[in-house]
Ligand binder design. Structure first.
Ligand code: 13P
Length: 275
């Protein structure tokens, strides 16, 4: 449990230690397998017409289905600073006879800057393993694509109280082969599976507690300075109503948003809730 007082103290400590607290803050939309092309265009138009200003340390990211990547890129990157497009996945091999798959090289050739890696739906329905995700992360980094690496525990693990060990193992097995100068360019998204699409958000305390823990795991491996640079987003029933409180937590650096990213007014409010 982290009290409000705890949050204030933690922020103050960072400032006292002279640690740069301005790490990247991100509002990321994950459309998943939703919307037709025309519906996607309309949604983007509505969101972009709000012209929400992103400060230097803030990014808005739209993770859209592969066939919409170029349309989205030209819409959002045209007049908007710090708006980016993400793929929702990539294949773990460089190229070859993998019918229907999309390689990191293809994304790179389309100037895509972010890629969601290891979403729990991919882990669950497409049997993606931590080892496979390590390969994806490496390929993305080679192509200067920022992985948004997802981790998070199922309900059974949360109920057993072993969520910390579970999520730390996901990080270790997919990321800890990276040198510090690479891992510090990553974005991590903590998405407890029991909160995805269920309307049941983790409480601000639960989110902060896990994010703080993940940062401590990163600090143990790479040092506090590196850990402090890595944005950790929260995902799982983020909406306009809970985003401001979630994002106020010192270790919550924005959100990865499913359902609410499909509603213009909701996502606009979430973008505005960035610190
Ligand atoms: P919801 O926001 O619909 O719970 O989805 C979260 C998610 O999986 C984002 O990647």
């Amino acid at each position: 449990m982290v009290s409000h007082e705890g949050i204030v103290t933690s922020k103050t400590n960072l400032i006292n230690k002279g640690i740069k607290t301005m790490r990247k803050q991100i509002a990321a939309a994950n459309w998943k397998m939703n919307l037709t092309y025309q519906e996607g265009e309309k949604l983007l138009d509505e969101i972009l017409s709000a012209a929400v200003h992103m400060a230097d340390h803030q990014h808005t990211v739209f993770a859209v289905p592969y066939p919409y990547l170029l349309m989205t890129r030209s819409e959002v990157e045209e007049d908007n600073t710090n708006y980016y497009v993400a793929a929702q996945n990539c294949h773990h091999k460089k190229s070859g006879a993998y019918t229907g798959e999309v390689s990191v090289g293809m994304l790179h050739s389309m100037n895509i800057k972010y890629c969601v890696i290891g979403h729990s739906e991919r882990r669950e329905y497409f049997a993606e393993t931590n080892a496979m995700l390590a390969e994806k992360v490496d390929l993305c980094l080679e192509s200067y694509i920022t992985p948004i690496f997802c981790c998070g525990e199922p309900l059974s693990v949360r109920e057993a109280g072993t969520q910390n060990e579970f999520v730390a193992a996901q990080l270790k097995e997919s990321l800890f082969h990276l040198p510090a100068e690479k891992i510090e360019t990553l974005v991590i998204a903590y998405e407890p599976i029991w909160a995805i699409g269920t309307g049941k958000t983790a409480s601000t305390e639960q989110a902060q507690e896990m994010h703080q823990y993940l940062r401590s795991v990163l600090a143990d491996q790479y040092g506090q300075e590196v850990a402090n640079k890595i944005p950790i987003l929260y995902g799982g029933s983020v909406k306009a109503a809970n985003a401001p409180e979630l994002f106020r937590s010192p270790d919550v650096d924005g959100g990865l948003v499913g359902g609410a990213s499909l509603v213009a007014s909701e996502f606009i409010a979430i973008m505005k809730a960035l610190k």
